[in-house]
Design a protein. Structure first.
Length: 602
């Protein structure tokens, strides 16, 4: 790993730069290519990775005693989401876009690599997607297209379109019709009327049951996106393609009728409000000029629709081809490519804008949850080119603190919001860094572990998806990261956020990789991937004391190991003793018995 001197990275905004060697230390791992998606042009063979240089994050040699003025050239020195949730389906992003501060003329959704080393979806089909994946850091020019939505927001009430006018769009392409009965009644025991699969057939003693499962809805032949599950005390809610489905967590029966949107869903709030409300965005049409600008509030408990709104176009080059959204308290943050706008999530009323500021600083990404963060790219193409991270007051937009990484460092992921832990990369130095930021935005610690970490992070071609990683957990004192193992078992490493030093590590209890899921009090919940001989496991790892031996909480059945391992970019949840596995990509293959999600339990 590497460390940024006093601030984190920026991969160099402006013209794209070659990403660091694939599989670099700590680099997030991209998902496999979804089945049914058009193959991507092959990339040139990767250059063998070189040892990380000392620098921002992990000092390979003693730090320079005298401080270097910020913005001045740095001496060589040595840095580790997440879809929105998976590779965007080919669609409206193939059209040439006007050049902007961080774009090259003609940039759109790449049908082929547009610069050396440009990321393309990796091949799928691996039994263990946690192993052997290349680490890819998206170029700064691509990141600059990050959806950060400064917007004008028209608020209406009701279930319909509110009478708002739609922009002209081209003819529809290969859209699939929404499923009339997408709620597959499969309960895992073969009682489903449409798909009588008995997923519990041959279940061995001690293995968990498939409590229920749902087949994937119809999707275009080119595939479609699905999104992580929202789970309340009674309902599991899943958005996929044009629809939102709700199932009883215990038996999988529908809790409310599926909701079908007029066009495909293009963004959701990963977080939900304290009263179980979320916001969903869908496209304005199906043609090449369609934008991700139609918003709908939704009650997860009842399926009732709340306010609706439309995200307006921003200033020149500030697009809504994609948007990103997050919820912090009662504030909804909508981001587009170069700005952001905050709204009251209960009413849709606009609160404030986050626009260009300072030395050509364009807000390029936001992260929500316990806090609200903005990452901006500044001074593109100039001598003062750098990233900035700011904590914002969610109700007023006031900047609480600003952290300015040194030139050459690009902030790519946020691993924790309390405290703030960010992952950055330096392409020129082939380096990575993980830094913990204090309350005033200063570096409290940097990870000082010479290890190759492998969280699972989604692809974000047009966005810098700050919170798009799985396989990372934090309890406020320690950060828990999985190591990369090309064969056999891996380990989870506990790293002190106070010192950046390793505190302990524990090996996977099976000959497969293990990844952190979440904290449960003072215990870490982790998921062990399935093998050829057994299903996956959910284990509990004590974080206090001297023994960190995993205790098995759930052993998934061997009979569903192929399904469990076959999801492209699957998401994993452990809530109230149930393990939820769901896909974030629909292949659109009518011949495949594709599953939308499964619930396991005792």
């Amino acid at each position: 790993m590497s460390q940024p001197p006093s601030q984190p990275p920026n991969g160099g905004f402006g013209a794209p730069q070659d990403p660091p060697p694939q599989g670099g230390f700590g680099a997030p791992q991209p998902p496999q290519q979804p089945p049914g998606q058009a193959p991507q042009p092959p990339q040139a063979p990767p250059t063998p990775p070189t040892a990380p240089q000392p620098g921002y994050g992990y000092p390979q040699q003693p730090p320079t005693p005298a401080p270097v003025p910020y913005g001045a050239p740095q001496q060589p020195g040595p840095y580790n989401q997440p879809g929105p949730y998976g590779t965007p389906a080919p669609g409206p992003y193939g059209q040439p876009q006007q050049p902007g501060p961080y774009t090259q003329p003609g940039y759109g959704y790449p049908q082929q690599p547009q610069y050396p080393g440009a990321p393309t979806p990796p091949p799928g089909g691996s039994r263990n997607p946690f192993k052997g994946k290349p680490a890819v850091v998206i170029g700064a020019a691509v990141a600059a297209l990050l959806v950060i939505g400064g917007t004008v927001f028209a608020v209406t009430r009701g279930d319909d379109d509110g009478g708002k006018k739609k922009k002209p769009v081209a003819q529809k392409t290969d859209d699939a019709k929404p499923s009339e009965d997408p709620v597959n009644p499969g309960d895992g025991s073969g009682s489903g009327d449409e798909d009588p699969e008995d997923l519990n057939a041959g279940r061995k003693a001690g293995e968990a049951k498939v409590l229920w499962y749902k087949s994937a809805p119809d999707a275009p032949g080119s595939g479609a996106d699905a999104y992580p599950v929202w789970i309340t005390d009674k309902t599991a809610v899943k958005a996929a393609y044009k629809q939102v489905f709700a199932y009883d967590v215990a038996d999988g029966t529908p809790t409310w009728d599926p909701i079908t949107f007029p066009e495909k869903i293009c963004a959701v709030t990963p977080q939900k409000t304290a009263d179980d409300k979320v916001v969903i965005a869908y496209m304005s049409g199906s043609g090449d000029r369609a934008e991700c600008n139609q918003l709908q509030e939704l009650d997860l408990s009842t399926g009732e629709k709340g306010w609706t709104g439309e995200v307006a176009d921003g200033e020149l080059f500030d697009s809504t081809l994609q948007i990103e959204m997050s919820i912090t308290g009662k504030t909804l943050m909508v981001g587009r490519s170069q700005s952001g706008t905050a709204y009251d999530v209960t009413s849709g009323k606009k609160l404030w804008d986050k626009k260009k500021y300072g030395d050509a600083c364009f807000p390029a990404a936001f992260a929500g949850g316990e806090k609200l963060l903005a990452v901006s790219s500044c001074g593109a193409g100039g001598s003062n080119e750098h990233d900035e991270v700011q904590e914002l007051d969610p109700r007023t937009g006031k900047v609480k603190w600003t952290w300015k990484p040194d030139k050459g460092w690009r902030v790519g992921r946020v691993y924790s919001m309390n405290p703030v832990v960010v992952y950055s990369t330096n392409e020129d130095k082939n380096a990575w860094n993980i830094s913990t930021l204090g309350s005033g935005g200063t570096i409290a610690s940097q990870v000082d572990v010479d290890e190759k970490f492998a969280p699972e992070c989604g692809w974000a071609i047009l966005q810098r998806d700050l919170q798009g990683c799985q396989g990372v957990a934090s309890d406020g004192k320690n950060l828990y990261l999985p190591t990369d193992a090309t064969t056999g078992a891996n380990e989870i490493v506990a790293i002190s956020l106070a010192t950046g030093k390793e505190k302990w590590r524990v090996k996977s209890p099976a000959d497969e990789s293990m990844m952190p899921l979440r904290m449960d009090g003072d215990k870490l919940i982790a998921y062990v991937k399935p093998s050829w001989e057994a299903g996956g496991q959910v284990v509990s790892i004590p974080t206090a004391g001297s023994s960190h031996k995993p205790t098995k909480l759930l052993q998934n059945p061997e009979g569903t190991a192929d399904i469990e391992d076959g999801f492209y970019s699957g998401t994993y949840d452990w809530v109230d003793g149930r393990f939820y596995l769901s896909t974030t990509r629909l292949s659109g293959n009518d011949e495949a018995k594709e599953k939308l999600m499964l619930a396991f339990g005792k």
